[in-house]
Design a protein around this ligand. Structure first.
Ligand SMILES: [Zn+2]
Length: 368
């Protein structure tokens, strides 16, 4: 039997979500990010017989909490506390209306994080020695290499299976995620006064020409649906602060997402071939497509709790599952109903949060 009633659960996860939203835990605000981390750590340390191990890689904090004596939990809950940057700090607050919590990071993934923290606490209060862990990291939005990636590769983090509410929806369980490749492309020019452009070489124009060639290659890969490789130019920059000067360099960052059979290396070589040797290419992040292999029991329990069919879906986005699934660890990935992700009016549906909590509780009590 659960020790809390449904109403208590709802109140607790809504309050915790709203507390988490108030802290602008973004990559550009490391002090706030640390504050959010400390807040969660204190929350976990307050639990009886729970051991919290703390880690740091490249200034990025993370933790693993388990019952005393458990090093490799059977099931690992994974959450990230970092959220997307909005320039106005005042936008980091929440409003509850129409059965939703609105606020930056509510859907990705502070609402889900609150559910994980509450269910972790609940399961341990029912089964104090449960082989259940929770890993909290703070760099998922920038690739996860210093969070889950670091814990798995450098700190021996392992588990039999993982739960990551960072994709899918309440009745949509993610089974496959696209791979990810972030490339920085540079072009080099010859700076001159821009009233006499014939004397120099403009790296911005060269860069634009290269981007168009790369884009047309990706356009040629389009098929039905969205399960094909995509390329979005997300940043273009130069060192220039001067209007009447041609800059010496220009850079673009490409965010490329791809399904099998494409690979990080084959796509990188293809782009090098398209651009030729006048461009610099630097890989910022690369990871192949991921198969998540969720437990059929998780699907069954999702259907029982929600009273609706639960379907398997492919996700265009990626997540920290990319560090676990390739090691043969099945990942259960669904989440509450969310909307407007990465916008200031991002939201999470409250009733679906309570349902996901119930799915987790039932699944974990069955498995642990
Ligand atoms: Zn996320």
């Amino acid at each position: 039997m659960a020790i809390y009633g449904k109403k208590d659960v709802k109140e607790r996860i809504v309050a915790l979500t709203r507390d988490l939203i108030l802290i602008p835990s973004t990559v550009s605000r490391p002090v706030e990010r640390l504050r959010c981390y400390e807040f969660i750590k204190n929350h976990l340390e307050a639990l009886d017989q729970i051991k919290v191990r703390e880690y740091e890689s490249k200034g990025i904090p993370s933790l693993l909490a388990t019952a005393e004596g458990i090093n490799k939990p059977k099931i690992l809950l994974c959450g990230h506390l970092d959220v997307i940057d909005h320039p106005d700090k005042a936008s980091y607050h929440s409003v509850v209306k129409e059965g939703r919590i609105y606020g930056p990071g509510s859907g990705d993934m502070k609402g889900a994080l609150a559910i994980l923290l509450e269910v972790f606490r609940n399961i341990h209060s029912q089964k104090p020695d449960a082989s259940l862990g929770i890993a909290i990291t703070s760099d998922e939005e920038s690739g996860g290499a210093s969070g889950i990636g670091f814990l798995v590769a450098r700190k021996g983090l392992s588990c039999k299976s993982a739960i990551i509410p960072d994709g899918g929806s309440l009745n949509e369980i993610t089974v496959e995620e696209k791979g990810i490749l972030h490339l920085k492309i540079s072009s080099y020019g010859h700076p001159v006064h821009s009233a006499r452009p014939w004397l120099g070489k403009n790296p911005i124009q060269e860069l634009m020409g290269g981007i168009i060639k790369v884009q047309s290659y990706f356009d040629s890969l389009k098929t039905e649906g969205h399960w094909y490789p995509t390329c979005a130019v997300t940043i273009i920059s130069t060192e220039n602060k001067t209007i009447n000067r041609i800059p010496s360099q220009a850079q673009a960052v490409l965010d490329i997402r791809f399904p099998p059979p494409f690979k990080v290396d084959s796509l990188t070589s293809k782009i090098k071939e398209i651009l030729g040797k006048n461009y610099g290419i630097e890989k910022i992040l690369g990871a192949g497509p991921t198969h998540l292999s969720p437990d059929p029991l998780y699907q069954k329990i999702t259907e029982e709790v929600t009273g609706k069919k639960a379907v398997f879906i492919r996700d265009d986005g990626g997540s920290d599952a990319r560090y676990l699934a390739p090691r043969g660890i099945p990942v259960m990935m669904s989440r509450p109903i969310v909307g407007n992700l990465h916008a200031e009016d991002e939201w999470v549906d409250i009733d679906s949060m309570v349902l996901l909590y119930e799915i987790y509780e039932r699944y974990l009590l069955n498995k642990l």
